[in-house]
Write a protein that binds this ligand. Structure first.
Ligand SMILES: Nc1ncnc2c1ncn2[C@@H]1O[C@H](COP(=O)(O)OP(=O)(O)OP(=O)(O)O)[C@@H](O)[C@H]1O
Ligand SMILES: [Mg+2]
Length: 172
């Protein structure tokens, strides 16, 4: 498994023009590597992760996952790669307000087409391994910021992704 970014350029609309946030970025992560991207606030870390995680399409450049070029994949194909290979933990935990901690994780199994009943055991194990044993049936508003962040990390691991992309994992 590897993720390789080549010559990535990303800009956001800014008034009349565009603001270039990623300027010809090359980046590679290979199997088993643990890589941290650091930089000041606003320098483009979340944007870089969103490109690597196929959440946004850059203006130019290529994202190659496991040797396959992702450029030109349509929306559905990108969704499939994300579901099967990538786990993503967002800077804001992005939990669904109406679901309990266990259900947030079970939802990932459901989207992957796995049995919801079997997924409860795995969801419980993951949450317990992150110290959330007393909070399995709580909804996001009943959890602290750090607890929400750990539920989001557990959710990112639920489908056993090849790559876990984590934005600011210890911020809370
Ligand atoms: N959707 C958007 N539209 C316009 N500008 C954006 C958008 N998202 C981010 N930006 C700008 O792009 C730059 C990079 O943002 P990004 O979120 O990637 O930074 P970051 O390094 O993750 O920052 P932080 O450490 O604060 O999370 C910032 O200047 C931000 O204002
Ligand atoms: Mg960020």
């Amino acid at each position: 498994m590897s993720i390789c970014l080549r010559n990535i350029v990303l800009s956001y609309p800014d008034g009349d023009g565009h603001r270039r946030v990623l300027d010809d970025v090359d980046f590679e992560v290979r199997r088993g590597e643990f890589v941290a991207v650091t930089g000041p606030s606003g320098s483009g870390k979340s944007s870089l992760l969103a490109v690597a995680g196929l959440l946004i399409t850059p203006d130019s450049g290529r994202v190659v996952i496991d040797g396959s070029d992702m450029t030109g994949l349509d929306r559905d194909e990108r969704t499939t790669v994300r579901r099967e290979k990538l786990g993503f933990v967002f800077q804001q935990s992005n939990l669904l307000p109406s679901l309990t901690a266990v259900e947030q994780l079970q939802m990932m199994s459901h989207l992957a087409g796995d049995s919801v009943r079997e997924s409860r055991a795995r969801a419980t194990d993951l949450l317990c391994s992150l110290g959330l044993e007393g909070h399995l049936d709580r909804r996001p508003h009943q959890l602290s910021g750090g607890q929400r962040q750990r539920v989001a990390i557990a959710r990112g691991l639920m489908n056993d992704p090849s790559v876990l992309l984590v934005d600011e994992p210890t911020s809370a």
